[in-house]
Design a protein around this ligand. Structure first.
Ligand code: GLU
Length: 554
C-alpha cells in the first residue's frame, strides 16, 4: 500500500510537515538544568486539590531550576467543557501563589509556543497524525461502536484480551481502495496507532518521582484522533509536550497504566520523551481504611471548599509541602521563619505510596502558620472572606475592625502563644461573640453555680466594677467575690475538701465570661472587656443578669 497516498487521502488539507513545526517551536534557550513544566487541566468547571498538588510540584520544579511553567488548557473533550472554567483555574491557583510564566492567562495567551488551548492546535495534531500514517505507524479505523462491542464479546468468549490489537486489528489491512470507498460513503473514522508492542519484552524507565519503574509494552491500537478530528489525551499531550519543549511531565498516578501508550507514541514519532513524574493519589482515612479522595463523597477535594471555609493560602501551601516532601517538617523546625520557597524541594524525595490528606493535620499546620502571619493580614483576609461568606455580619465587622484586631491579638505574643486561629470561618465563629449582631448566651451556667448564685455574683461584680482597674485589680475583685460567697480560691483546696466549698474561683469568673462572651471559655476576659469598652461590657452583664432574674421569676 502506498502510505503517502493514504496519508494525503486522510489529511488533504495538511501540506506542512513536522519539520516545519520543529522550526516554529525551537529548543528553548534556558540555563543548563532548567525545567519546563506544565499543568494541563481540563476546563470542566471543577478544580481540585489534586490539580493544586500537581501544580505545586510543577511550580517548585520550574522555579527552583530557573525554568518555565506553562498553563495549557486540555479542552479536547468538548462535551465536558464548562464556561468560565479557565478563569476559575487561573484565579484559584493564583490564590495559592501558583502563577504561570506562559500559556493561557486572563489577559490572553502569553508565550511563543502556543496556541495553548488544545482545541486550537488541530493542525499540529493532524500534521503529526499524517506523519504517523506515512511512516506506517497509524491507520484509519471505520469500526462502529457496535462492531467493536461485538469484537470484544468474541474475544472475551475466547479468553483473549479485549480490544483492537494484533491480528484482531483487521483494519490494519484495509486497502487504499477500501479506505477511499469508506470515506466516499461518508463513514466516520478515527486514527489508530498501529502498535508494534506485541511480543516485546518489558523494560524500565526512570520516573522523576518513583525512580525505576517497569513498563509492559503497549499492544493496543489506541485511538489517536477521534471522529471529530480532535486528538485523544494520549496523542495530544505527547505532541504538545514535545513542541512546547516540556522537560518534566508531572501528573497523577492514574496515568501510569497508559504510560506504555505514551511511550510508544513518542517512539512512533521518533521523539525523546520528557521525564515522566507520577505523583501519588491523595488519600484520606475513612473508617480505619485509607481511600482515594473522591469528588462525589468528599467536599474537601474541591478547591472551592477551601475558599468557602477561608483557609489561608499560606497554610495550604505549607501543608502541601509537608505532604510532598517528607523532610520538610524537619527543615521547618530548624527554619521557623524562613519562607517555604527557600526549601530545596526535590521530586526524588516525594512519596510514591499515596499522600494522606488529613484535615486535623491541616488544622495543626494552619495554627502554626497563622502565628507567623500578622494580625493585620489575618484581619484583612477575614474581612474579605466575611464580605463573601458572612454578609450578615460583615458591616459590623468592618465597623469594629480596629477592635477586632485587638481581639485577634489576645495571647498571641505570649511565650507560649495561643493557637486559636485556623481558618476564616472558624475565626469568624471564634470571635463572633464580640459582635452585637446575633450575640446570644451559648453555654449553660457552670454545674456548680445555681441561677440564684449567678445572680448574686453578677450583682456584686457590677456593684464593684471599675473600668479603670488593671488586670490584677480586676481579678482581685473576682477573687473577693468568690471567697465571700464560699468558693475556693485554689483548685487544690477545692479538690481536697469539696464539701467545704461551693466550687472554685473559676466558676465565679465563668459567670462573668458567660455574660460577656456567651461562652464558657474565651481568651483573657479582662482584655476582652477593655476592648469592648465599659458601656458595651456592662450592658451585656446587665442584660444577662436581667435574663437570669426573669427566668427566676418565671
Ligand atoms: N488533562 C489531563 C487531566 O486533567 C492532564 C494530565 C497531564 O497532566 O498530563 O488529567
Amino acid at each position: 500500500m502506498d502510505l503517502q497516498q493514504l496519508a494525503d487521502l486522510l489529511f488533504p488539507s495538511i501540506s506542512g510537515t513536522l519539520e516545519d513545526w520543529e522550526e516554529a517551536y525551537p529548543k528553548r534557550k534556558l540555563p543548563e538544568g532548567a525545567s519546563v513544566t506544565r499543568l494541563g487541566p481540563s476546563p470542566t468547571g471543577f478544580i481540585h486539590l489534586g490539580n493544586l498538588y500537581s501544580a505545586f510540584v510543577d511550580e517548585r520544579q520550574a522555579r527552583l531550576s530557573d525554568g518555565v511553567m506553562i498553563l495549557r488548557i486540555e479542552d479536547t473533550d468538548q462535551k465536558r467543557k464548562v464556561e468560565g472554567s479557565e478563569e476559575l483555574i487561573i484565579r484559584s491557583l493564583s490564590h495559592y501563589g501558583i502563577n504561570f510564566d506562559e500559556g493561557v492567562t486572563l489577559e490572553g495567551e502569553k508565550g511563543d509556543y502556543g496556541p495553548y488551548r488544545q482545541s486550537e492546535r488541530k493542525e499540529i495534531y493532524h500534521t503529526a497524525g499524517k506523519k504517523l500514517v506515512e511512516s506506517g505507524w497509524a491507520y484509519p479505523s471505520f469500526m462502529s461502536e457496535e462492531e467493536i462491542g461485538a469484537l470484544r464479546k468474541r474475544q472475551e468468549e475466547q479468553k483473549i484480551l479485549p480490544g483492537i490489537h494484533g491480528k484482531w486489528a483487521s483494519e490494519r489491512e484495509l486497502t487504499l481502495e477500501e479506505v477511499r470507498e469508506n470515506l466516499l460513503a461518508g463513514k466516520e473514522w478515527v486514527l489508530r496507532l498501529k502498535s508494534r508492542g506485541e511480543g516485546r519484552e518489558s523494560y524500565s524507565i526512570c520516573d522523576g518521582i518513583r525512580g525505576d519503574i517497569r513498563v509492559h509494552p503497549n499492544i493496543m491500537d489506541t485511538v489517536l484522533l477521534k471522529a471529530d478530528g480532535l486528538p485523544t489525551y494520549h496523542f495530544a499531550h505527547v505532541v504538545d509536550d514535545h513542541f512546547m519543549r516540556i522537560t518534566h511531565i508531572v501528573r497523577g498516578e492514574e496515568w501510569l497504566s497508559t504510560l506504555p501508550i505514551h511511550l510508544e507514541v513518542h517512539e512512533a514519532l521518533g521523539w525523546e520523551p520528557p521525564v515522566f513524574c507520577h505523583t501519588s493519589h491523595l488519600l484520606k482515612m475513612d473508617g480505619g481504611n485509607k481511600r482515594k479522595l473522591s469528588k462525589r463523597r468528599d467536599p474537601e477535594l474541591s478547591l472551592e471548599y477551601y475558599h468557602q471555609e477561608g483557609y489561608f493560602p499560606e497554610a495550604i501551601r505549607e501543608y502541601l509541602m509537608i505532604l510532598l516532601n517528607s523532610d520538610y517538617e524537619e527543615w521547618r523546625r530548624d527554619h521557623p521563619d524562613t519562607p517555604l520557597e527557600d526549601f530545596s524541594f526535590r521530586m526524588e524525595d516525594m512519596s510514591s505510596s499515596g499522600a494522606l490528606f488529613d484535615m486535623e493535620k491541616l488544622h495543626d499546620v494552619s495554627k502554626d502558620v497563622l502565628l507567623r502571619i500578622s494580625e493585620e493580614e489575618i484581619l484583612a483576609y477575614l474581612l474579605d472572606w466575611a464580605d463573601r461568606y458572612a454578609p450578615e455580619c460583615a458591616p459590623e465587622m468592618h465597623e469594629r475592625s480596629s477592635e477586632l484586631l485587638r481581639i485577634l491579638s489576645i495571647g498571641r505574643d505570649a511565650k507560649k502563644p495561643r493557637k486559636d486561629l485556623i481558618y476564616a470561618r472558624q475565626i469568624y465563629q471564634f470571635i463572633h461573640y464580640y459582635l452585637d449582631g446575633g450575640f446570644h448566651i451559648e453555654d449553660p451556667l457552670p454545674e456548680r453555680v445555681s441561677r440564684e448564685e449567678a445572680i448574686g455574683i453578677l450583682e456584686e461584680f457590677l456593684a464593684g466594677y471599675d473600668h479603670e482597674d488593671d488586670n490584677s485589680a480586676w481579678f482581685a475583685k473576682i477573687r473577693a467575690i468568690a471567697q465571700d460567697r464560699g468558693f475556693a480560691l485554689r483548685m487544690g483546696d477545692f479538690r481536697r475538701e469539696p464539701d467545704k466549698y461551693k466550687g472554685t474561683v473559676a466558676d465565679v469568673s465563668s459567670v462573668i465570661r458567660l455574660g460577656i462572651t456567651g461562652r464558657a471559655s474565651s481568651p483573657d476576659l479582662w482584655n476582652i472587656m477593655q476592648i469592648m469598652g465599659e458601656e458595651r461590657a456592662l450592658k451585656r452583664l446587665e442584660d444577662y443578669l436581667a435574663s437570669l432574674q426573669s427566668e427566676s421569676i418565671a
